[in-house]
Design a protein around this ligand. Structure first.
Ligand code: ADP
Length: 334
C-alpha cells in the first residue's frame, strides 16, 4: 500500500469514523457543493419530504462517504452503506431496497460498477419507488410489484461520465467534488490534529497539507505518520521541521510525490531526455508493469503538470526538470 494512495487502507477505516465531520458546517471546503446541498436539504425538510437523489462524483478520499452521512444526519434519517461491486444480482438490490425505512439514505459507492440488471431495477426504484421482484424461473416466472417507502439514494462515482445517461438523469442533484486547496487541507489537518490530541504548529500543518495531493484522506494519513515521528524523535509537537523529516523517511517529497512517481519522472528525464517515449518503454525502464505506471503514477504527475500524455508518447514538462533539480538538454546553463 502506498502512503500517498487515495483509497482507504485498513488503518484508515479504523480511524476515519472518528475524523469525519458530522454536519455541513464542519465539512471543510467544497463551498459550492455545500451551499447547493444545504439548499436542497433545507427545502426538503421544510416540505417534510424525503430529499432528492444525490450523485456525488470525484476522486477517492475527497469526502463522498462523509457527505452521504452528513445528508442522513441533516435529514435526521438512518443510513445504509453499500457499493456497486457488492451488488452482484438484482435480487441483492431488491433485498436492500425492500428493507429500507421511510426517508432512509442509501449510499451506493462505486455506483458505476453495479451489474446491468441491478442498474435497471434501480431506475424504477429511484423514479417510482417500486421494484418488480421476479419469482420463479423460465416460462412460469412472474413479476411481483413491490412498493418501496420513499428513500434518498446517494450515489458515488469517480466520474459522472461513467454512468449511463438514464441513471445519471434520475438524480435530482449532482455534485462534482474537486481536489482541495492547500489552505483547506491545512484546516483538515488542524481539525484532525485537535481530534487526535496532537500538538501542531501552523507551519507543520502547512507542510503536511502541501504533500497531501489535494486529498483529505491522504492528509489525515500523513498526519498520523508525522505524529508517530514527533512522539519518537521529538517532544510530540508537530513543527515544519518534524513534518518534513518524518515524510522524508517515507519518501514523500515536498510536492507529494513518492518514490514511484519520482522514479518515473527520473527515467523520463535522464534516460529519454524528457521524451517523447512510449509507455511500455518507460515502464520497462522503471521496472514496473505498464498498468502501474499508467494508473498509479501518471494521473497525479499529469494533474501536477509534470508529465504530458501525447500521441507520440510521454513528455516531461519544464516543471518536471525543475522539480528533480535537473537541466533540460539544450538549455543554456545559467
Ligand atoms: P470518499 O468517500 O470520497 O473516498 P471519505 O468521505 O471516506 O472519502 O473521506 C476520507 C477521509 O477524509 C475521512 O476520514 C474524512 O474525515 C476526511 N474528509 C473528507 N472530506 C473532508 C472535509 N471536507 N473536511 C474534513 N475532513 C474530510
Amino acid at each position: 500500500e502506498r502512503l500517498v494512495g487515495a483509497s482507504a487502507d485498513r488503518e484508515d477505516q479504523a480511524v476515519e469514523a472518528a475524523l469525519r465531520p458530522k454536519d455541513l458546517g464542519e465539512f471543510i471546503g467544497q463551498e459550492r457543493v455545500r451551499e447547493q446541498l444545504d439548499l436542497v436539504l433545507r427545502a426538503a425538510r421544510a416540505r417534510g419530504a424525503t430529499a432528492d437523489h444525490v450523485l456525488l462524483s470525484g476522486a477517492p478520499g475527497l469526502g463522498k462517504t462523509t457527505l452521504s452521512m452528513i445528508i442522513a444526519a441533516e435529514m435526521g434519517a438512518p443510513i445504509r452503506i453499500t457499493s456497486g461491486p457488492a451488488i452482484q444480482h438484482a435480487g441483492d438490490l431488491a433485498a436492500i431496497l425492500s428493507s429500507l425505512q421511510e426517508g432512509e439514505v442509501l449510499f451506493l459507492d462505486e455506483i458505476h460498477r453495479m451489474s446491468r440488471p441491478a442498474e435497471e431495477m434501480l431506475y424504477m426504484a429511484m423514479e417510482d419507488f417500486r421494484v418488480d421482484v421476479i419469482v420463479g424461473k423460465g416460462p412460469g416466472a412472474t413479476a411481483i410489484p413491490l412498493e418501496l417507502p420513499p428513500f434518498t439514494l446517494v450515489g458515488a462515482t469517480t466520474r459522472a461520465g461513467l454512468l449511463p445517461p438514464p441513471l445519471r438523469d434520475r438524480f435530482g442533484f449532482t455534485a462534482h467534488m474537486e481536489f482541495y486547496e492547500p489552505a483547506e487541507l491545512e484546516r483538515v489537518v488542524h481539525r484532525s490534529a485537535h481530534l487526535l490530541d496532537v500538538g501542531i504548529e501552523a507551519d507543520g500543518a502547512a507542510e503536511i497539507a502541501g504533500r497531501s495531493r489535494g486529498t483529505p484522506r491522504i492528509a489525515n494519513r500523513l498526519l498520523r505518520r508525522v505524529r508517530d515521528y514527533a512522539q519518537v524523535k521529538a517532544d510530540g509537537i508537530v513543527t515544519r521541521e518534524i513534518a518534513a523529516a518524518a515524510l522524508a523517511v517515507y519518501e514523500v517529497d515536498a510536492r507529494g510525490l513518492d518514490r514511484l512517481d519520482r522514479a518515473v519522472l527520473a527515467a523520463l528525464l535522464k534516460l529519454f531526455g524528457g521524451g517523447p517515449v512510449g509507455l511500455s518503454t518507460l515502464a520497462v525502464a522503471v521496472g514496473e508493469e505498464r498498468e502501474t505506471v499508467e494508473e498509479v503514477a501518471e494521473p497525479f504527475l499529469v494533474r501536477e503538470g509534470l508529465l504530458a500524455r501525447t500521441p507520440r508518447g510521454r513528455v516531461a514538462t519544464p516543471a518536471a526538470w525543475a522539480h528533480l533539480g535537473l537541466t533540460p538538454p539544450g538549455s543554456s546553463a545559467a
